[in-house]
Design a protein around this ligand. Structure first.
Ligand SMILES: [Zn+2]
Ligand SMILES: [Zn+2]
Length: 322
């Protein structure tokens, strides 16, 4: 832990580093040379077997993270299974077959018969996802054990089909794919390095196998995946699939639920953001924040428009048809 702090500070990096027994998950930002120096240093470290671990880089604006945080966690990805006896998955023992971005590209090109299960949270899925994706509609990743039976009920064929789990950086899939295997899925793959690495390898592919934009967990919120501009057709293919929670207009603009204690990311278009002072994710959030919120919020209504959020689970845009 101290090693990461020291070297990070020396190189002037910002970001987030999580360390657990099962591995490490680091997202850092800095000038190119510093990031490269950090990567080389990690690869050389004897305490971690990271020589082969995929490490992704992408250009940023230097403002993704305010500072460097290093934390030690029990599990890197809180699947919430450690407490339930017999339900935890050790990705070192049980995990899906790693599929390289090139291999996934070939699957799409050859019209391979497979289904993508998107292991990100529902709000991430809404602004963009791979073709043929199923959205388990998770609010948190730890909901997986809860939503999986419903998912299988809705798509009974998936337990026998070729299934690929995907997530932003590939970390969640280590556990998620193992969990599917534990639950009786027969043919499970996971996307190596996640969507991020796929976009790095094949920039400008938006509109073909990936629809919309990629949600990111840093201050950029979404990452334009239409490439570096070298392929003009990529811009043409670019399609916005996110829907404004209020008016249903296509948008990729994320806002926060106006209830401070919730603050969940919701899609709200520019017009609605201008026209409504507060937008909540659910009527429940609206109710509680109008009761307990700041005075300004309680008094809103005089000359201001308040919009009820749709019930979270009833909002449109969830779960594409197979
Ligand atoms: Zn709107
Ligand atoms: Zn809310």
């Amino acid at each position: 832990m101290n090693w990461h702090k020291e070297i990070g500070q020396k190189l002037g990096l910002t970001g987030r580093v999580l360390i657990a027994e099962e591995g490490i998950n680091a997202t850092v930002e800095g000038i190119t040379d510093s990031v490269q120096a950090y990567i080389s240093a990690i690869r050389e470290q004897s305490f971690a077997n990271l020589k082969e671990t995929p490490i992704k880089t992408s250009p940023g604006n230097g403002e993704a993270f305010p500072k460097l945080k290093v934390k030690v966690r029990k599990e890197i990805v809180a699947l919430g299974l450690t407490e339930v006896e017999g339900e935890d998955v050790d990705p070192n023992q049980l995990t899906g077959i790693h599929l390289k971005p090139e291999e996934l590209k070939a699957w799409y090109e050859n019209n391979e018969d497979f289904v993508v299960i998107d292991m990100r949270n529902d709000f991430e899925f809404r602004s963009g996802h791979f073709k043929n994706s199923i959205n388990p509609e998770m609010e948190y990743f730890r909901d997986l054990p809860k939503v999986l039976p419903k998912l299988v009920e809705k798509h009974p064929e998936i337990t026998k089909k070729k299934v690929l789990t995907v997530c932003t950086g590939g970390v969640r899939c280590e556990k998620a794919s193992g969990y599917l295997l534990k639950k009786g899925f027969k043919d499970v793959y996971q996307l190596d390095g996640g969507m991020h690495m796929y976009m790095d390898k094949f920039p400008g592919k938006t509109g073909e196998e990936f629809k919309g934009t990629l949600y990111t967990f840093d201050n950029r919120i979404t990452m334009d995946v239409s490439g570096d501009g070298s392929d003009p057709r990529a811009k043409e293919r670019r399609e916005i699939i996110g829907e404004c929670q209020v008016c249903k207009a296509k948008t990729e603009r994320y806002d926060h639920c106006a209830y401070d204690m919730c603050h969940r990311h919701i899609l709200v278009c520019d017009d609605c953001a201008k026209n409504h002072i507060y937008v909540w994710c659910t009527p429940e959030c609206r109710e509680v924040s109008l009761k307990t919120g700041p005075e300004a919020m309680k008094q809103v209504g005089v000359g201001a428009v308040i919009t009820d959020g749709l019930p979270y689970s009833a909002a449109p845009g969830i779960g594409p048809k197979l």
